[in-house]
Design a protein around this ligand. Structure first.
Ligand code: NAD
Length: 252
């Protein structure tokens, strides 16, 4: 935060799923720097605690919740705990996501179901768990992690592409349903970002990805976090139902 600007998310209760590493962690830290009360949600207690510590080092208020977004009871318990502490939820970032890649001819039902359960059903669970609160407040922001794969498809990602296209369908539908109630809903479609999710991709393929991007490099988690911070803030007060591609221009 620069000294002349007031923090853009001051006092806002912001729940970020999948916030223990990668884009989610960078987003939680960014939100903390912007004055938010950040709720870090992820699967494992030690990773959640470490992320909370990093948010506090960034100068913000943070607390952790261990929850699997694919499990509705755990999501409901997490949201109930946040409501008990703060009585409001201003921003939900539906960031948690996984890959289980295989070509159509090889993909197992288990691979298909795992990705749909986390990347699509998990987004539905979290949004449904917070929506009544946001509508009652007359304000709120829901941000959904899609992907360039959710705009154009990708070799080996039948399950992931279906989920990320689906997330765009959620975004457009919820922006129509909730806009009249003061709740904005948008999606971010990152290109290829340097996070552990790319760990399984061979170096040769990563080099090829870089060549496809006019900026000639992969993105950083912070560059996605900056976009989430903008969309979460009142600066984006007229942005609703949008899918913002943040890919260095890779699909131009
Ligand atoms: P990552 O693998 O680095 O981090 C994902 C985090 O989500 C992990 O901390 C993981 O523990 C958590 N998580 C996984 N399943 C969960 C569940 N069921 N419940 C709660 N938390 C869970 O991933 P990333 O690269 O930071 O990606 C974040 C989001 O951005 C994902 O939705 C991903 O699909 C999307 N995305 C990433 C890229 C990229 O290039 N990295 C590109 C486009 C979209």
């Amino acid at each position: 935060m620069s000294s002349h600007a007031s923090p853009r998310l001051a006092g806002k209760v912001c729940l970020v799923t999948g916030a223990a590493q990668g884009i989610g962690l960078a987003t939680a830290e960014k939100f903390a720097r912007e004055g938010a009360i950040v709720v870090v949600c992820d699967l494992k207690r030690d990773a959640v605690d470490a992320a909370v510590a990093r948010c506090r080092e960034a100068g913000g208020a943070a607390e952790g919740e261990v929850a699997n977004v694919a499990d509705r009871a755990q999501v409901d318990a997490m949201v109930a705990a946040v409501m008990a502490r703060h009585g409001r939820i201003d921003v939900l970032v539906n960031n948690a996501g996984i890959t289980r890649d295989a070509r159509l001819q090889k993909m197992t039902l288990e691979q298909f179901d795992q990705v749909i359960d986390v990347n699509l059903r998990g987004v539905f669970h979290c949004a449904q768990a917070v929506v009544d609160t946001m509508v009652a407040q007359g304000s709120g922001v829901i941000l959904n992690a899609s992907s360039v794969v959710g705009l154009y498809g990708n070799f080996g990602q039948t399950n992931y592409a279906a989920a990320k296209f689906g997330v765009i369908g959620f975004t457009k539908t919820w922006s129509r349903e909730l806009g009249p109630k003061g709740v904005r809903v948008n999606a971010v479609a990152p290109g290829f970002i340097e996070t552990p999710i790319l760990d399984t991709i061979p170096d040769k393929v990563l080099d090829h990805m870089r060549e496809q991007v006019p900026l000639r490099r992969l993105g950083t988690p912070e560059e996605i976090a900056n976009v989430y911070a903008f969309l979460a803030s009142d600066e984006a007060s007229y942005v609703n139902g949008a899918v913002l591609e943040v890919s260095g221009g890779m699909t131009v």
